[in-house]
Structures are given as C-alpha cells and as structure tokens.
Write a protein that binds this ligand. Structure first.
Ligand code: NAD
Length: 252
C-alpha cells in the first residue's frame, strides 16, 4: 500500500481498461460532493451531531417515531435536491462503455448512482426514498393511500396503528435478500476492485475488500482520509470521489 503517483494512476487505468470484471464498493463519501453529509466525518458527519442509536435503529424509532420520521424526511429532501457528482458520472459512463463488466455495490441509501446511469446498483443498505411498514400489516398490505388517512406523522395504518418507516437498513437489521451474496460473488470474481468513500467501519460491507484481495484482485481505495480497510489495498488514492474517479475512469 503506497501513496499515489501519476504512474499509479496510469497503471490503474490500464487495469480498468483490460479487466474482465470490475467491482466498485461505495460509501457515504461518494455523495459528499453532491452535498449529502457522511456519517462519520468529524466536522460535517451526522454522527458528530446526532446519536446513531436514536436515529438509525428500530428501538430509536419506536421510542420517538415522529422525531425519527422527521429526521428522515429532511434527509429525503436533501437527496431529492442533490445531483450526481463527477465521480458518479464517471462510473455511470464506464458502465455504459463496458456492458456487463462493472458490478457497483453501494452502502448509500441515496439514488445518485442510479441517476448517473448505474441502474442495476446493488444497494446493501436500502433506499431512503422508499416507505415500508414497521410490522407486516395484514389490514392494509399496500402503502398507497395510507398517508393522511390518520392525522400525524409518521403515516399509520387506519385499522391497526402500524407505522410507516423509511426503507433503509438500521443497525442490527438484515440486509436486503440476496444483496450481500451477489456483492460477495462480484468481489470474489473481479480483477479490479475500487473502494470509494467508505470508512470501512460498517460490516459486512467492509469485508468485501478482503474477499477481493484474497481472491487475487487488484484493490484500490479512493478516500481523502485513511480508512479501516487500507491494509487490504494495493493502492490508496488520497483524494475525493469527484476528483479522482474521472482521472481514473474517463476514456478508459
Ligand atoms: P462513513 O460516514 O462511515 O465514512 C465516510 C467516508 O467517506 C470517510 O472515510 C471519509 O474520509 C470519506 N470521504 C469523505 N468525503 C469524501 C469524498 N469527497 N470523496 C471520497 N471519500 C470521502 O460512511 P460509510 O463508510 O458509507 O458508512 C456506512 C453508512 O453510512 C452506510 O450504512 C450508509 O447507509 C450510510 N450513509 C449513506 C449516505 C448516503 O446514502 N449518501 C449518507 C450518510 C450515511
């Protein structure tokens, strides 16, 4: 693992140009330059201002559903206002140029990869723009028409009081069916793995770099700061997603 030089960038471009399979894992830093705060950055991250267990756990939601709902409503607005940055666009264009080569795995709950052209992104932590029931609701299996049926927030089932919650994966919850298995397969099969904007602190996603490394892939990390999985990387590109990804991917 080294600090990068122009030769490292040229070498990575060659690998990306000739790879049979490429896997990219992204985290909150991927969307930081689109104006969506990360979780763990000391000055700007959410967890420097809020308690994760209150805002990102089922227990926290049950304790104060309205406060948690309103926090997600504000984050949803931020996601809707945000635009894909140059990094998202470089990944989208690379995927279009090489159909079937790239598997994009994200921990992000925003839809910026999809809007940049990576429609089949594997989303490990759900989708913040989706609603779902807190409990399985037998009275009103469809979420349509629930909003406004009972006054107050979050929306409730008019029959049993079941609550609507955001479609993200909270601490302690299972990942969406099959998503991690597909991501592990892609990490295992790839020739090159890029890990962009993740602290490497959230498991099992953080383990994907190790899967790729052990299977013989070339692993490159893009992050302005050290991460917890730098020891799995052959190359650490100390820069931002929007700054580094176009240099590495454009025209490749
Ligand atoms: P994290 O907050 O733990 O770490 C963010 C990482 O991004 C840090 O290592 C930081 O150095 C790096 N970073 C900051 N700015 C960057 C930039 N411009 N370019 C590249 N890297 C940059 O985020 P994580 O590792 O993804 O943590 C996982 C959890 O965060 C996930 O569960 C995810 O669902 C959630 N999350 C998602 C979003 C989103 O959807 N945009 C936003 C916040 C948090």
């Amino acid at each position: 693992m080294t600090q990068h030089t122009d030769r490292d960038i040229a070498d990575l471009r060659t690998r990306l140009a000739t790879a049979r399979k490429v896997c990219v894992l992204t985290g909150a830093g991927m969307s930081a330059e689109s104006g969506i705060p990360t979780f763990r950055d000391a000055q700007t991250g959410y967890w420097s201002r809020f308690d994760p267990m209150q805002l990102a756990s089922e227990a926290g939601f049950r304790a104060d559903p309205r406060m948690v709902w309103d926090w997600y409503a504000e984050r949803r607005e931020g996601v809707r206002r945000a635009q894909p940055n140059a990094g998202h666009l470089a990944l989208g264009a690379y995927a279009q140029r090489h159909p079937g080569r790239l598997t994009l795995v994200t921990q992000n709950v925003d839809d910026l990869h999809q809007r940049a052209g990576n429609g089949d992104t594997l989303r490990l932590h759900g989708d913040i723009l989706l609603d779902r029931w807190l409990e399985r609701c037998t009275h009103q299996p469809s979420l349509t028409d629930v909003s406004g049926a009972v006054p107050g927030r979050p929306p409730k089932c008019p029959h049993c009081g079941n609550l609507v919650r955001p479609g993200v994966v909270w601490f302690g919850e299972m990942l969406p069916d099959g998503a991690m298995e597909a991501a592990q397969q892609a990490a295992f099969e790839c020739d090159v793995m890029l890990v962009v904007g993740t602290s490497g602190a959230v498991w099992p996603a953080a383990g994907l770099a190790q899967v790729a490394h052990e299977a013989g892939a070339h692993v490159a990390i893009v992050n302005p700061q050290p991460s917890e999985i730098d020891d799995q990387a052959h190359l650490c590109l100390r820069g931002t997603a929007a700054g580094v990804l176009p240099r590495v991917l454009d025209g490749v």
